[in-house]
Design a protein. Sequence first.
Lengths: 348, 330
Amino acid sequence: MFLQELAEARGVAGHEQAVRDLVLNAIKPWIDTHRVDALGNLICLRRARGQPTEQGPRKVMLAAHMDEVGLMITGINSDGTLRFGPVGGIDPRVLLSKQVLVGDDAVPGVIGARPIHLTTPADRERVVELDKMAIDIGVTSKSAAEKKVKLGDYVSFRTTFEVLDTEGLRTVKGKAMDDRIGCYVLTELLKTDYAFDLYAVFTAQEEVGLRGAKVAAYAINPDLALVFEGTVCDDIPKDKDISPVTELGKGPALTFMDRSVIADPRLVRLLVRTAERLGIPYQFKRAIAGGTDAGAIHLTREGVPSAVIAVASRYIHAPVSMVSLNDVDHTIQLAREALHTLEGGLEA
Amino acid sequence: MKELIKSLVEAYGPSGHEDAVRSILAEVLRGRASELRTDALGNLIAYKKGSGGGKRVMIAAHMDEIGLAVTHVDKKGFLRVASVGGVFPPTLVGGRVRFANGALGVIGCEKWLTANTPTWDEIFVDVGATCPEDAPVGVGDIACFERSFADLGRRLVAKAMDDRIGCAVAAQALLELGDSPHELYFVFTTQEEVGSRGATVSAFGVEPEVALAVDVTLIGDTPEAKPMAVSLGAGPAIKVMDAGMLTHPGVKQWMIATAQAAGIPYQLEVLERGGTDAEVMQRTRGGVPAGCLSIPTRYVHTPSEMVDYDDVQKAVALLVALLSKEITWP
């Protein structure tokens, strides 16, 4: 399964090459041209087929980010353990006792934790800070560690992809669903003809501040943009009658507003109407939280109407996340139909 | 001008949903601007052709206001909400909000009276529904404060003075301006309250040589207020700095000299927090000398923002004076 390859590829922000190679290899038959820009974005063009309408857009940008959150080596201790800092938003509580891979050589390591025998109840109440943790790669001296790793090496989580359930929600688990799930959706959308030039951009460095999307959008100067994401999903029981942000299996999640963008209301209406016309389930992202590449894209040059379609992903920004393949299929279906509707232009 | 102010402040226009405000302004300026257009992010750009020899100047006032966005409708029909822009929960309880479709709601709070400062988790909106199916609005719908304009004589009170008063001042200045040597772009911007997003893209498009925002500023003249040397009724304020911008010294001098020459009283404004569209205009492309003409306003970001009508009229006079003559600074 291509999604498995995507999820298992290592692509901490700033080091997206493995993901880029994988994507490019998969989509080459479906695109007319591609290029890799100065920041590492993979920009693919599938030229317009058919006659664009008078009101229709000429250039539509789709974006999904290749990078994932991870760690970076900031120091090597005299005992051979490695100090590190976060790359992107990481809660220290998800790190202890996790397996990681360090650098291009994928040196295996463990983020050690003190065993329960040696902790007091008070210890167990406290969150261990990032700077009190270390990665243990099984060597006992600084010089031995330096033969395997160096400062600035990126660190990814070591997580295997697995299909958990082939019926029901068709759940799968793996690392980096934020946003390999979006990359997967984009590769599927590239397999269809549209009446406009479709720029599918696999962006770099989203997790550290929408950096790749910013320069890619400037270069492309699109008329419209759709961003594909894996988004927060917290469909656990609540003690109050309050919505989860999104729920697994309830369809693509549409953003009306987050910290980075107010989605263009015309695009949101178009997505909702398309879903309702075709009976595709959809949900709104029910929190004004987080940001996506749309935050950078819509502010490009003289402004780009933008919207976000996301796949609900449980446990994101942690070593393992979970999505429903039903949601993935519905996201592809909704986006494809909405893009065809867009060929006629945005209603006022 | 009070009628224009009243129609602007009473219009519905939370960030990203400025259509009604844009329609009012377009109606007022149609035929008076050389060209009117709306860009991809909804900014209304009114261009006034210059008589020659001047600069390309962008004047920005934002159309959007703060608001509330629905994030959940519960089983009994109550709405949970999140803020659009800087809304402070203590200003909410007992107030009313209005949605784009005209639906009204009352803002309530869990454990009201025993609560201290309410938090967003405790705030809800009651639209008179008893179940979700009954609710006239749903997740993703956005409300603004519901509060009518009040003319207290010298002082005017309304929701959304921030920044409809700036829109009114800019529009009125355009209407009153005679010949100007400058190519003038009056931009009524969107999404200022969520990060000056409309001004970011419109400034890129206009590519100004000089930029001025017209926006509200805070005051220090109410009981026990945090000290700030700006008062209501002492004239429009010329911004020196805020959290997002240091005014270009030349622009500041130009504004001061123009006010003095025209005999318009003014105040110098040092704002410790907050920012305006001027900060993004200043940083567009290769950089633009920018400043801000501010209207002193009490109770900013509450449903009852108060300005002094004399300050407002003098702000129009100062803006007209600034844009009528050659722009120079040492």
